[in-house]
Each structure stands twice: as structure tokens, then as C-alpha cells.
Design a protein around this ligand. Structure first.
Ligand code: ZN
Length: 110
């Protein structure tokens, strides 16, 4: 006799879960934002390390190989995907960019 209300309860629960995609979306959004923050922290750290390396050595880092030689492994890859960061060297600006588009920082020129 008590099976029917329970069944309704389960049914109602599954229906509410089905329409609960907006909260799932929100969770996904939060996860993404955390990943971006994580990546940004590493990029900011990498920028600082590049600056101090260049100050110490009196040279500029312009290629990805030079970057990987100067910085520890943990600062040259995205902490989320572990893909190597891209160093773009232009005529008046250099950017260190995450390949999956989390974040990009500009390296200051002396
Ligand atoms: Zn990243």
C-alpha cells in the first residue's frame, strides 16, 4: 500500500533532477572558473620568474625552448591540462598564453 506514494516520490525526484541542468551548469561554471584561477596563478608566477631570470642574466627569453630551460617544469605547463604554455614574441610585446585559452599574461619589457 505504501509503495505508490514512494513511487511518486521517486518520480518527482527524477523529474526535478531532469530539470536541474541549470545547477549542473552552474557547477561546471564554478569548476571552469577555479581552473582559470589555477592557471592564472601559475602564469603570474611564471611571469615573475621570467622577469627575475632576465634581470639576473641580462638576457631576454624569446623562445619556448629558452623559457623551458630557464623555468621549472611546473611553471611552463598549464596546471589543469599539463599542456605547455605558448610564448609569443612580437616586436613590442611578449605574451605567455595557455594553449586551452585559460589565461594570457604580458611579459614586461625592461
Ligand atoms: Zn591553462
Amino acid at each position: 500500500m505504501r509503495v505508490i506514494p514512494l513511487l511518486f516520490f521517486i518520480l518527482a525526484l527524477t523529474v526535478s533532477c531532469g530539470t536541474g541542468t541549470s545547477s549542473e551548469l552552474k557547477l561546471e561554471e564554478i569548476r571552469l572558473r577555479l581552473e582559470v584561477n589555477q592557471c592564472r596563478l601559475v602564469l603570474e608566477n611564471a611571469r615573475y620568474r621570467v622577469m627575475s631570470w632576465e634581470y639576473d642574466h641580462g638576457e631576454r627569453i624569446v623562445t619556448g625552448d629558452e623559457l623551458r630551460a630557464a623555468l621549472p617544469e611546473s611553471l611552463v605547463v598549464c596546471p589543469v591540462t599539463l599542456e605547455p604554455y605558448i610564448l609569443e614574441t612580437g616586436p613590442d610585446a611578449r605574451h605567455l598564453t595557455c594553449p586551452v585559452g585559460h589565461e594570457s599574461v604580458e611579459l614586461m619589457e625592461e
